[in-house]
Design a protein around this ligand. Sequence first.
Ligand code: B4P
Length: 189
Amino acid sequence: MTSARLILLGPPGAGKGTQAARLAEQLGVPAISTGDIFRKNVADGTELGQLAQKYMNAGEYVPDEVTNQMVEARLAEPDAAEGFLLDGYPRTAAQVAELDQMLAAQGRGLTHVVELTADTDEVVARLLKRAEEQGRADDTESVIRRRLEVYAEQTAPLVDVYTDRGLLVQVDGMGQVDDVTERLTTALA
Ligand code: B4P
């Protein structure tokens, strides 16, 4: 596929970050993860990081204006000129509207929106396991529950938006990582 311009949607723990890295490599486009960019800013102690950290640690979304500006700057970088895989963005209706504007201004559109699905019990188990291994501040049980609520309230409705546009592809994120990658590859072929 040339010039893939993709969004990867899915609840926390569905495997977005895991699969985004693999898919982006296959497709030859950069994986742009808003969560990773925020975490890098937190680690570097930037002003953006200090602001984002408060929201992330509480399981809340970082405000739209901040997130939109950050993505706009990232999409303007040369490596994203041909294509990109957005992991974790957009997550709200306001972010969808902003992304539409950004892409319209560049005269390009999305090629696919992939929803990676997984059961709630499974995603909670995966995130708790990651908490043990990596100690991410937002992987405590209460924060995970809040992240799932915020996802259901603000991000799940985006599935209908992209279904109505004829862009949505649903892929089962349960099971082994390699099996999920294979399903994604088949779905996008
Ligand atoms: P993210 O970094 O996007 O975190 P996430 O939704 O939990 O997904 P992640 O990619 O990390 O996990 P994955 O499912 O791959 O966001 C973190 C926070 O940043 C948000 O809560 C918010 O505060 C902020 N933020 C980010 N984007 C934003 C936006 N657009 N607007 C506002 N705020 C924003 O994997 C989870 C675990 O499962 C991993 O340990 C992985 O190894 C494991 N795993 C994956 N696939 C598996 C499989 N098949 N089997 C078993 N384990 C698996």
